[in-house]
Design a protein around this ligand. Sequence first.
Ligand SMILES: *Cc1c(COP(=O)(O)O)cnc(C)c1O
Length: 361
Amino acid sequence: MSDVLRSGMLVHGQNGQAFETALAEYLGAADAIVVSSGTAALHIALLAVDIGPSDAVIVPDFTFPATASSVSMTGAQVVVADVDPDTYNITAQSAEAAFDAARAAGHTPRALMIVHEFGTPADLEGLRAFAASKRMHLIEDAACALGARSEGRLIGSDALMACYSFHPRKTLTTGEGGAVVVNDPELAVRLRRLRNHGLERSAGQMRFVEPSTNYRLTDFQSTLGLAQLPHLDDWIAKRRRLAECYFTALESLVQRGALTCPRKVKGQSWQTFMTVLSDKLDRGLVMSALAAQQIEANLGAQCISALAVHNAICPPGLAVASRLYRQGLALPMFEGMEEADVFRVVGALEKVITDAERASS
Ligand SMILES: *Cc1c(COP(=O)(O)O)cnc(C)c1O
């Protein structure tokens, strides 16, 4: 940090550039552009392919609101697609239903923004093929998926654009921050100017070539990211062990039909471990009973179609996302946890659920 201060270059200086290089190298991608948040990354990724008010963009119905808000901020129409009940991810099939609903409403989506929800890789092969068949740009909201792998390859390594967040809730954090990882040099140039007032520098000249905003990341933040990146794989390995513990510890609750666990998918980074409670259980009661024992369990993500602010086009159905939003229960997961903590959490959960079942019978 004092290096940054002494250098006099507090923004996009040496450490900012070093963080971009390290990220691109880690992911095996051509380039990385650091920005001030994950939402900023999503926003400029859309702008870089000229998404605007005459466009429509498909997003999963079950995600953090920023996935849809970044679309709304461009003026484009949000179209939601339902998700798989076990991976919580958008699928080629649900994206197709969304596409058809958009067409019926007079819109032809020009981009498909997928989410690797909670660090579980989405079906990239199927989604890429579907996006290509409809001439849509595929943008990946990988905010939760830094270090996750799909078919052996790191997510982002072969993406058109993959967007990351370094918010404190994510595995690697710079306080606030984000990045767009990109494999097309022309898009990289556009992204760099979109994050910095539309400014292009070439041959010692400064030109403002389009109106834009300020989404820069400071070098103080990049310094935090640079220091953490070498530890990321160890942290993910730890999370994978903790997830295995959860699967073992939760088995009897699954057998009893009290909850379901997420599907195991190769390459998951386990940003979040979200179970889904049976409809017979009141999630609010379960969360507050756990909170009384200093165990913080949370709802996993939001349901975009339930947020009136986006005025989204919805295909018929959408039953899965709204159920995950209502009954999803994210259990504690961070690399500082130990396996014994997992068993303590699940022990407390078992007791809370047994009490709730008794009270309602
Ligand atoms: C965290 C998150 C974001 C937003 O990132 P910020 O850095 O908070 O702006 C967007 N999408 C998903 C899926 C996220 O989990």
